[in-house]
Design a protein around this ligand. Structure first.
Ligand code: SF4
Length: 297
């Protein structure tokens, strides 16, 4: 029987998500003609997106359906400059809800676009895909093994093809920079830093992990003595995935759910002390529903 429930500090919506959702709602409420269309899921949370669709905001299905009187909303994760340029050709209004932290990373990449750039993050995540549009010289590394292989390849003056789909010449790496996806694991960044030191690899580090991600990862420490932890967030949410993976390193019983409907799939009977952590795109209402349901067990 559940005796204690602890919610990790800072769980739930971050400022970037809050601002994107409020802006989208404001645009929808004031739209007179045409549709309000999301270029992609505004945030990676099904409940939030469905809530927006119920308020008349649509998800873009086909570019060719865009009309001049429509308003296109760019998601919090941002898009590539090439994609934005393409959308501008439709002549419709574009409202950019890209989080300022993601914009900051794009600016750093843009300012160093002719130099070799290592981007730490998930290759197939929309934020990383968008950032890759700011330079032709980016190599994405998803884990320590890839970073290590890249460094070895550069130090042996070979090409770095094996690390990414692009063929990038890192022969002048002294000039290079390293940036990270806003929602990266802080421990992964530290490990890469140590690896570069150990291999005597000169590269300028830009720690671009956003404060919201950092605080939520730090907040997990309060759950380390729990018998089981429930991580709440969308299945495509990079920061939720990070919370789940980090908790898995400490506790055996960790469950990743999207909302209280998924609670039925989990047997919490063997656990007395339950921890809850939520990603930055999980609304407080979802968190409270889950807390309420677990309290009844
Ligand atoms: S997690 Fe960070 S980068 Fe992403 S929307 Fe929130 S504040 Fe912005």
């Amino acid at each position: 029987m559940v005796q204690q429930i602890i919610i990790a500090p800072h769980s739930g919506f971050c400022e970037g998500v809050k601002s994107a959702v409020n802006r989208a709602l404001h645009v929808a409420a004031n739209k007179k003609n045409g549709r309000v269309i999301l270029e992609g899921e505004l945030v990676h949370n099904r409940d939030v997106n469905e809530w927006l669709y119920a308020r008349g905001i649509a998800l873009l299905q086909r570019d060719l359906d865009i009309q001049k009187e429509d308003t296109i909303i760019i998601r919090a994760h941002g898009i590539s400059p090439q994609r934005r340029f393409y959308l501008e050709h439709f002549g419709c209004e574009i409202v950019d809800c890209t989080c300022p932290f993601v914009r900051h990373i794009a600016k750093i990449i843009e300012a160093h676009s002719t130099k070799p750039i290592i981007l730490l993050g998930d290759r197939n995540h929309v934020e990383v895909e968008g950032l890759c549009g700011y330079s032709k010289h980016i190599c994405v590394c998803e884990n320590l093994a890839e970073c290590s292989r890249l460094i070895d390849a550069v130090q042996q003056s070979s090409r770095s093809d094996e690390c990414d789909h692009r063929s990038i010449n890192f022969s002048k790496i002294d000039d290079g920079i390293l940036v990270c996806q806003s929602t990266l694991d802080v421990d992964f960044l530290k490990a890469v830093h140590n690896l570069c030191d150990k291999k005597n690899f000169p590269i300028k580090f830009f720690d671009t992990i956003c404060g919201a991600t950092r605080r939520r990862q730090l907040g997990l420490r309060t759950l380390e003595n729990c018998d089981a932890v429930i991580v709440v967030g969308g299945k495509h949410s990079a920061n939720t995935k990070r919370l789940y993976e980090k908790m898995k390193q400490k506790i055996v019983a960790v469950f990743w759910i999207e909302n209280n409907e998924n609670l039925a799939e989990i047997d919490l009977n063997p656990y007395k002390k339950i921890g809850i952590a939520a990603g930055t795109s999980t609304p407080q209402s979802v968190l409270q529903n889950i807390y309420g349901e677990i309290s009844k067990k």
